[in-house]
Ligand binder design. Structure first.
Ligand code: GDP
Ligand code: MG
Length: 176
């Protein structure tokens, strides 16, 4: 964490996961409380900020970085990861490949951002229970194996989203 960031209790959080898993949707649900079924608006900025009130009466600012779709080419580049304090790893519960791919994102992340980084796993699209391909226990077991908190989320139904980001903020504040 840089000095400037710690002074304002601001943290860089990166969203990671395959294309179409719902990264942008989770961010827009969290920051703007919106959801788009068809076309997810491109987030123009490299990150969106949200000030979070913590349970210990403190506050933190999460600067949540989203990709512009370049994850499809598996080329996020070091600037995306550099100085990240936390990563939110996202997969789609109806897509087993997206779950398998989380492991490669974590590997790349650790090569660039180190092993100190706080992690949360979002098993997204939990509203699509009938089409589920990845069991919750597989998700939880994996999250545990990498020391990450696990959240079942739905950007669409607004389930687990605030909780996931809150856990990241709380963990980062406690580490400071
Ligand atoms: P990204 O490529 O990872 O940023 O994924 P997007 O946020 O663009 O979402 C891809 C598609 O999945 C869009 O059509 C979204 O409407 C849809 N989507 C995202 N989150 C959810 C969710 O929680 N439930 C459902 N049913 N669809 C979702
Ligand atoms: Mg996106």
């Amino acid at each position: 964490m840089t000095g400037a960031q710690s002074a304002s209790n601001a943290f860089k959080v990166v969203l990671l996961g395959e294309g179409r898993v719902g990264k942008t949707s989770l961010l827009l649900r969290y920051v703007e409380n919106t959801f788009s079924e068809t076309q997810t608006p491109t987030v123009q900025a490299t990150y969106l900020s949200k000030r979070v009130a913590l349970e210990n009466d403190g506050a933190a600012t999460l600067n949540v970085w989203d990709t512009a779709g370049q994850e499809r080419f598996h080329a996020l580049g070091p600037i995306y990861y550099r100085d990240a304090d936390a990563a939110v790893l996202v997969y789609d519960i109806t897509d087993s490949d997206s779950f398998d791919r989380v492991k490669s994102w974590v590997k790349e992340l650790r090569q660039i951002a180190g092993s100190e980084i706080s992690l949360a796993v979002c098993a997204n699209k939990s509203d699509l229970e009938r089409a589920r391909k990845v069991s919750q226990s597989d998700g939880e077991t994996y999250a545990k194996s990498i020391g990450a908190a696990f959240f079942s989320t739905s950007a669409k139904a607004d389930k687990g989203v605030a909780q996931a980001f809150m856990s990241v903020a709380t963990a980062l504040d406690a580490k400071r």
